[in-house]
Design a binder for this molecule. Structure first.
Ligand code: KG4
Length: 340
């Protein structure tokens, strides 16, 4: 019998549902929340309310597009954490209630594990370009910057992580001080393509091992900007492309320096990137350059799988389902946790 998993994601500001049959994606629906744009960041209470409005139509649409009746589902997989508690509660409660009503297993998914396993989503039976174990995954999002050693679908080890801000958070905050919109990542990316990455030099951290730090860069960016704006009030407007390109280059260099060190130390040359910041063109280019220069076998997700989506939750749920790793109804959502 086919294994058909419904995945549900609601950890932040995207309500998403996806259906996967035997590891192959049948549908993926995402309702993004424009309501936060006016506030320059996600407002948790508004996010939670929007999830409540979106969850039923999004699940309905995912099942419809997949051509799957709810009675055909084998299990419901859902993001249990980490994320915003009010947002998580909507998806978790819906998923548990739906699974219970259908009398099928519920599978809880760690959102971060989902980002990593997005590399195993197949869009067709013939889709086989997937990493081999063990591989390294650079997970870079608004909340995380980690280097993960992935030994198996369900066996991941964080070998390096940020000790303060995440890379995406640093980009978003620097974009905010430049008076650009939210989220800053895609705006910085777009501007950076037209700027000179060598125009400005920002400080890089000296942290031992494979750990990251981005708070010093953020401060250095802010202080430099203040000085320049004092001398020329229109400085940002006149130099935003060069500022974006230099900032992006600094962040990409910091990320790649540690990743290169991790590859050297572990001898693992299969290297993937995941999370929202993996949409960044500078980072993607750096991955390609490293592949040709150092012989890495690289895995860069399609744009649709970089940011939050339920397809990655469904595929993770699929592997956990095969392991009979189910969740019980009493297990609560969790706001904070890393990959185990
Ligand atoms: O994984 P994600 O969607 O959400 C979580 O943080 O869980 O990542 C969002 C982050 C934000 O900081 C956003 O600015 C960043 O990913 N981002 C980008 C790009 N697209 C999204 N950063 C750089 N370049 C991009 N093209």
């Amino acid at each position: 019998m086919d294994t058909i998993i419904l995945g549900i994601e609601s950890s932040c500001d995207d309500t998403s549902a996806a259906v996967i049959r035997d590891g192959v994606l049948l549908s993926s629906v995402i309702a993004s929340q424009a309501v936060h744009e006016a506030y320059g960041g996600v407002v948790p209470e508004l996010a939670s309310r929007a999830h409540q409005q979106n969850i039923v139509p999004v699940v309905h649409e995912a099942l419809k597009r997949a051509g799957v009746a709810k009675e055909q589902l084998s299990a419901v997989a859902f993001t249990r954490g980490p994320g915003l508690m009010g947002s998580l509660l909507v998806g978790v409660s819906f998923a548990k209630g739906f699974a219970r009503a259908l009398g099928i297993p519920m599978v809880d998914v760690n959102h971060l594990q989902g980002h990593v396993l997005a590399h195993f989503i197949k869009e067709s039976e013939a889709d086989h370009d997937q990493p081999h174990f063990p591989f390294l995954c650079l997970l870079v999002s608004g909340g995380n910057s980690q280097i993960i050693r992935v030994n198996a679908y369900n066996d991941m080890e964080v070998i390096g992580q940020t000790i303060d801000d995440a890379a995406g958070e640093a980009i978003d905050k620097c974009s905010k001080v430049m008076g650009l919109g939210y989220p800053g990542g895609p705006i910085i990316d777009r501007l950076a393509r037209q700027g000179n990455p060598g125009a400005y030099i920002f400080s890089k951290p000296h942290i031992p091992g494979f750990d990251y730090s981005f708070s010093g860069l953020k401060t250095s960016f802010l202080y430099s900007l203040r000085e320049w704006v004092k001398e020329d009030p229109d400085f940002i407007e006149h130099h935003k492309e060069d500022l974006a390109a230099s900032l992006e280059k600094t962040i990409v260099d910091i990320l790649m320096d540690k990743l290169r060190a991790a590859v050297k130390a572990t001898g693992i040359r299969e290297v993937a990137v995941a999370g929202g910041v993996s949409a960044n063109n500078g980072l993607r280019n750096a991955f390609r350059e490293h592949a040709s220069k150092y012989g890495w076998r690289i895995f860069i997700p399609k744009f649709g799988y970089t940011t939050d989506n339920a397809a990655m939750i469904a595929i993770t749920g699929y592997f956990k389902f095969l392991d009979k790793d189910f969740c019980t109804i009493d297990k609560p959502a969790y706001a904070r946790v890393t990959i185990k």
